[in-house]
Ligand binder design. Structure first.
Ligand code: E4P
Length: 220
C-alpha cells in the first residue's frame, strides 16, 4: 500500500518525501485554506514539483460546466496533478467528460460502494472513500473501503482506492489489510506510524549498555 500525505503544508510534504515513503499528496479546500491566503495555483505547482507521484487538488464548482472548466485549468498546472471531483451526479458527469480527455480524476467525498461503482464506470483514476467521517457517524468506514477494493478487483477495473479521512495509525493498518492501494494520511499520523515506546526504550538501553563498557560516544 502506498502512502500519500493529506495536507497542503509544504514543509510537511518535503519531510515526507525526504523520508522516502510519501509518493503522493491529497489536498482539499479546507487543507489549502489552513495554509492561509495563498496563491492556489502556485501552491499546487510547488507541491507537484516536490512530490514524485500524483497530487490531488479539488475543484470548487458544483455544476458540470464549472467543474470541467476548473479541472481543465488545473490539469495544465503540472503533469502529476490529479483533479478531485466530489461524489455527485454532476461529479460523475464531469468525470466522464474529463476521463475522455485523459484528465486524471480522484473521485472524492465517496461514502458508498454505489458512488464508487459509478465513479469507476465514469473513468475515475482514483476513488477516495472517507473512512473517518463514516466512523464519526457510527458507520464502518473501512468496510466501505473493503467493498470497493473487492468490487474493482472482481471486475478488473483500473481505478485505485485511496483510503482517506484517516485519523490514526490503526486506520492505516486496516486499510492495508483490506487491500487499499493507497492510504492518504495526515502528517501527524505519518509520524505516529513510526513511534513505539519500546523502540525508544530499546535505543536508550543499547546506548546505556555501550556507554557503561566502551565509554561515552555519540557515534562510531
Ligand atoms: C482526502 O482526500 C481528504 O482530503 C481527507 O482525507 C479528508 O479527511 P478529513 O475527514 O480528516 O477532513
Amino acid at each position: 500500500m502506498r502512502i500519500f500525505l493529506d495536507t497542503a503544508n509544504v514543509e510537511h510534504i518535503r519531510h515526507g518525501v525526504r523520508l522516502g515513503v510519501v509518493t503522493g499528496v491529497t489536498t482539499n479546500p479546507s487543507l489549502v485554506s489552513k495554509e492561509g491566503k495563498v496563491d492556489y495555483r502556485k501552491l499546487v505547482e510547488e507541491i507537484c514539483a516536490i512530490v514524485p507521484g500524483p497530487v490531488s487538488t479539488e475543484v470548487l464548482g458544483q455544476d458540470v460546466k464549472t467543474m470541467v472548466t476548473e479541472a481543465r485549468e488545473i490539469a495544465k498546472w503540472a503533469d502529476n496533478v490529479v483533479v478531485k471531483i466530489p461524489a455527485s451526479l454532476e461529479g460523475v458527469e464531469a468525470t466522464s467528460v474529463l476521463a475522455k480527455e485523459n484528465i486524471k480524476v480522484n473521485f472524492t467525498l465517496c461514502f458508498t460502494l454505489n458512488q464508487a461503482l459509478l465513479a469507476a464506470e465514469a473513468g475515475a483514476r482514483f476513488i477516495s472513500p472517507f473512512v473517518g467521517r463514516l466512523d464519526d457517524i457510527g458507520e464502518d468506514g473501512m468496510s466501505v473501503v473493503a467493498d470497493i477494493v473487492e468490487y474493482l478487483d472482481y471486475y478488473q477495473l483500473p481505478a485505485q482506492v485511496i483510503a482517506a479521512s484517516i485519523r490514526h495509525p490503526q486506520h492505516c493498518l486496516m486499510a492495508a489489510r483490506v487491500g487499499a492501494h493507497i492510504a492518504t494520511v495526515p502528517y501527524e499520523v505519518l509520524l505516529q506510524m513510526m513511534r513505539h515506546p519500546l523502540t525508544d526504550i530499546g535505543i536508550q538501553r543499547f546506548r546505556d549498555d555501550w556507554n557503561k563498557t566502551m565509554g561515552r560516544g555519540e557515534s562510531l
